[in-house]
Design a protein around this ligand. Structure first.
Ligand code: SF4
Length: 308
């Protein structure tokens, strides 16, 4: 069916799914595998389609990340995108995504057309909710332009820039660990790592930055004490500086190792990365109204929810 091998790898988002619901983790990383292929079984194609679905807040976050990347790359190339132009662009992109979802264009191409969770599960999307999403998008872009982080980045030579949204990996005890840093630069002896946030501050953001520290130390041969970490909450323009201490780093190594062990313990065959659904339980109290099922892309197949 497919020539790609489903390799076992680790990432922070994979870990988050695993801790949220083991069944969701199975659908996301095993059940949908190969669903992009026309010759795949219908149930596999369905899981692949559901995996690619996105909620409105996630779409807002993704569009903001794309736009910030575009702004940064324009700065690197020596030309300027004004805030007004940027806001217009991101709103136009949002409208395009909305129309793709409304028209179900994803039925022709799941990967390259937006399928909104709220449309698919026929949720009531009020005007107030749409204004809220628009405010997240516009305020985040404004927050980025006004941020000290952007002011600092503009003072750096482009030769000091290390990464803008590059997907990359490093190895930890034989497992490939995927990372995607929003922005990183070297200035003097220090490496600065930034993560843009459109949501509220949560404790696990710090853990994610600690994973990036491990990557930075491996990739750029920098000592932990020379790494500077920032979670930038764009809506409020609050940059939260996180200190990479030995405790934080050892703790994240422990989290990664425990997480990998837990994931592998449920596999049928670790060397072949083979899994079967029965070993991945649903969350306790798995019903349409329970968290996290309420927000889960897979609830249609998992809970037999009637839909579109
Ligand atoms: S619907 Fe609930 S039980 Fe099923 S995969 Fe999603 S979160 Fe897990």
């Amino acid at each position: 069916m497919t020539d790609f091998k489903n390799e076992f790898t680790w990432s922070f988002s994979r870990h988050r799914t695993f801790t949220t619901c083991k069944r969701k983790y199975y659908y996301n990383h095993y059940g949908n595998w190969g669903g992009w292929d026309d010759k795949a079984e219908d149930d596999v194609k369905k899981l692949y389609m559901l995996k690619n679905m996105i909620s409105l807040p996630m779409l807002a976050g993704s569009l903001v990340h794309n736009e910030v990347e575009r702004i940064l790359k324009s700065v690197r190339n020596g030309w300027k995108i004004s805030q007004e132009e940027s806001e217009k662009n991101i709103i136009a992109t949002f409208k395009r995504s909305w129309t793709q979802s409304k028209n179900k264009d994803w039925m022709k191409n799941v990967k390259y057309n937006t399928n909104l969770f709220e449309h698919y599960y026929q949720q009531d999307i009020t005007d107030d909710r749409l204004f809220e999403i628009r405010d997240i998008i516009v305020d985040s872009i404004k927050g980025f332009y006004d941020s000290d982080s952007f002011s600092f980045i503009k003072t750096l030579a482009s030769t000091e820039w290390l990464s803008i949204e590059d997907l990359d990996s490093f190895e930890m005890e034989g497992t490939k660990i995927w990372v995607k840093l929003d922005f990183a630069a070297r200035h003097g002896e220090r490496v600065y790592i930034y993560d843009w946030k459109t949501g509220k501050e949560v404790k696990e953001d710090e853990t994610q930055l600690a994973v990036y520290t491990l990557y930075g130390m491996d990739k750029w041969d920098v000592e932990m004490k020379q790494v500077r970490l920032f979670d930038v909450y764009l809506m409020k323009q609050i940059p939260v500086k996180v200190k990479p201490t030995a405790v934080l780093i050892n703790n994240v190594k422990h989290i990664i190792q425990q997480s990998i062990n837990g994931m592998k313990a449920l596999l049928d065959d670790v060397s072949e990365n083979k899994a079967s659904i029965g070993k991945f339980p649903k969350v306790n109290d798995a019903t349409e109204d329970s968290w996290p099922c309420n927000y889960c892309n897979f609830k249609e197949v998992c809970l037999d929810v009637d839909t579109y």
